[in-house]
Design a protein around this ligand. Sequence first.
Ligand SMILES: Nc1ncnc2c1ncn2[C@@H]1O[C@H](COP(=O)(O)OP(=O)(O)OP(=O)(O)O)[C@@H](O)[C@H]1O
Length: 303
Amino acid sequence: MPDALLEVDRISKRYGEVVALREMTFEVRAGEMFGFVGSNGAGKTTTMRIALGVLTADSGQVRWKGAPLTFETRRRIGYMPEERGLYPKMKVAEQLVYLAELHGLSAAAARRAAGEWIERLGLGARRQEEVQKLSLGNQQRVQLAAALVHEPEVLVLDEPFSGLDPVAVEVMSQVLREKCDDGVPVVFSSHQLDLVERLCDRVGIVRKGQMVACGTVDELHEGGPARVRVRVEGAGPRWVEALEGVQVVDKLNGSVVLELSEGVDDQAVLRAAQDAGPVREFAPHRPSLSELFRNVVTEETAA
Ligand SMILES: Nc1ncnc2c1ncn2[C@@H]1O[C@H](COP(=O)(O)OP(=O)(O)OP(=O)(O)O)[C@@H](O)[C@H]1O
């Protein structure tokens, strides 16, 4: 397993009475895309702000390559804040050149990098427009360019996909994947779980300021109850209701997803299905990230 590049180690943070983070912990490795998911108010933005040094933690530590983050190492992070933070009256190209120079690039290198990202992100026709006059999605493209223009060694992006049209989602996904392939770790938060599942190597689910599950989607499911997806032609729900320790947890395009309690023999379920009618589908069911997330949120509500 490759070494962690960015480590968030037991970070806690309160805002007055509100406990925003409780020992939040995770790590991101070279070339890895890490998806950060959680309900509204779970603590994602707070974590990212602390990782960036925009906000200080009450306790815990953020490390880059094993050493605590310093002002210097923070400059190597490409950040896309949730509140976006562009200068509204500045023109697109001017803004990107300015931000690149702020990160230490020479004037010539800044102009070159800004020009490259403007083209890459499909902003060529907008380069001389004021940011405030752009559509929300285009402003977001500029924001991504701003996070990338100084060739960062790690990318931390707060909801980079929100509000983007499908083409922009693809452009952004490709850019992030390329960065990962170059070895740059990418962390991003999102409520679009299908997208997170499709793009990310690993996922962290945050609940009430804590990391409650972290790993690949397969790892997150490990140890969970067995599930099978079954489609019996022309059969209603009766045959399942008659089975002990089996319950329907989902319905998908004419199939049902069954959860089997420990000790239930899946072959007995198959036989019961065959008795009910012609079986057109019978397969192990791997839960989607949305399903896993729903389980966590349900636990939260029940807690
Ligand atoms: N400046 C602040 N003052 C007081 N409380 C705050 C402040 N910022 C955040 N909080 C609280 O801290 C908790 C974590 O908020 P945070 O914005 O980190 O969540 P989030 O996971 O990013 O949510 P969302 O998905 O809605 O963006 C919430 O309870 C929020 O109300």
